[in-house]
Design a protein around this ligand. Structure first.
Ligand SMILES: Nc1ncnc2c1ncn2[C@@H]1O[C@H](COP(=O)(O)O)[C@@H](O)[C@H]1OP(=O)(O)O
Ligand SMILES: [Mg+2]
Ligand SMILES: [Mg+2]
Ligand SMILES: [Mg+2]
Length: 330
């Protein structure tokens, strides 16, 4: 006899409940993102300091951050440590209290260690809208590639990314999809490709630097990159690595912990790997500095991660040090 949704919730551990709620909340955030786009006034601001490269934020980033944080804290009695890209400023009335029964069905496969996780053991890393430069492309006179926009909710335990929700509001035009992964448990929402006819390496479309170019050239020389695809968003690039690309390489430090936590967990759950450019694991402790100072290197399932790490030139690695863990607030 199959269980009702409420019965599935009642028998589930905290982690499965958190991921199941995050999946549905990411979809509510996706609805809000689409509503802002339909409304047409993105209310774009530049977050960066004077003299720094432009770093845009829109009303969709702000409103999506708001609904995600408020809904998660309401559902879990304000017990969560949430670190989000944006401040919780743009009020949205809606609270999402639903959850995905597809995610709750993973409960039986959850490792015993994960079943014992409590709210105070986790850090939730939220990027309410990854790929803002695409979302806001029209403000700079360019047609946006909206399928590159994602909502990212990542869960870290003992400093490691263990569960991730990657929601694509415009997966297929206006149709959305939600992809979820829990490490050592499973992936739902996408068919993982792990055989490759050619080595496609994805990298940044909007934040290229000399080091980024040098890393890519070295991979080409080592026959590890037959074709380069420049696309936006850390979430979208990791989805690419699950659907035919071999690697995601970003030898720069603009990408932050909320960009990589959910994608890393999803990729690792599928059998892939995500580290910094030197092969060091990325730490998601609550007191870690936010920028991924060591860059990002992700490889698809069945790909030899070390071969990519080894091909990155030493001077590029030296330029991208490991992220320090700090005790003071940043
Ligand atoms: N220099 C930077 N300044 C701000 N955000 C950055 C920078 N570089 C990367 N990011 C964030 O990392 C993501 C992946 O980078 P890229 O698309 O260049 O590969 C971007 O979508 C952006 O996230 P967000 O859109 O959430 O601000
Ligand atoms: Mg941003
Ligand atoms: Mg981002
Ligand atoms: Mg963002």
């Amino acid at each position: 006899m199959s269980l009702t949704a409420d019965e599935m919730w009642a028998r589930s551990s905290f982690l499965t409940r958190l991921v199941a709620s995050s999946a549905t909340i990411s979809e509510a955030a996706g609805d809000i993102i689409k509503a802002v786009m339909t409304d047409g006034d993105l209310k774009v601001i530049n977050k960066s300091a004077v003299g720094q490269p432009i770093d845009v934020q829109t009303e969709a980033d702000r409103a999506a951050q708001y609904i995600i944080e408020k809904s998660l804290q309401l559902k879990f009695d304000n017990k969560l440590t949430i670190i989000g890209e944006e401040e919780v400023t743009s009020e949205v009335e809606r609270r999402e209290s639903g959850f995905s029964t597809d995610v709750l069905a993973l409960e039986d496969r959850l490792p015993a260690e994960f079943k014992a996780i409590k709210p105070e053991d986790v850090v939730v890393w939220v990027d309410p809208l990854d790929g803002t430069s695409e979302f806001a492309a029209k403000s700079r006179g360019r047609e946006p590639k909206l399928n590159q926009v994602t909502v990212l909710i990542g869960i870290a335990y003992k400093n490691r990314a263990i569960a991730g929700v990657v929601h694509q509001p415009y997966y297929n035009g206006t149709e959305s999809r939600t992809v979820v992964g829990i490490v050592n448990t499973g992936v739902i929402g996408l068919n993982v490709i792990s055989q490759f006819d050619e080595k496609v390496v994805v990298t940044t479309a909007s934040h290229s630097t000399d080091a980024v170019k040098k890393a890519i050239e070295a991979l080409e020389k080592a026959n590890l990159a037959d074709r380069i695809e420049k696309v936006s968003g850390a979430g979208f690039k990791v989805l690419k690595c699950l659907e035919g690309a071999t690697a995601y390489v970003f030898a720069s430090h603009g990408c932050k912990k909320w960009d990589t936590c959910a994608p890393e967990a999803l990729l690792v759950a599928a059998g892939g790997t995500l580290t910094d450019i030197s092969g060091r694991p990325i730490t998601y402790a609550a007191n870690v500095q936010h920028p991924n100072t060591g860059g990002v290197l992700a490889t698809a399932p069945t790909v030899n991660h070390d071969s990519y790490v080894n091909a990155i030139p030493d001077d590029v690695k030296a330029f991208l040090p490991e992220t320090p863990v700090v005790t003071s607030k940043q």
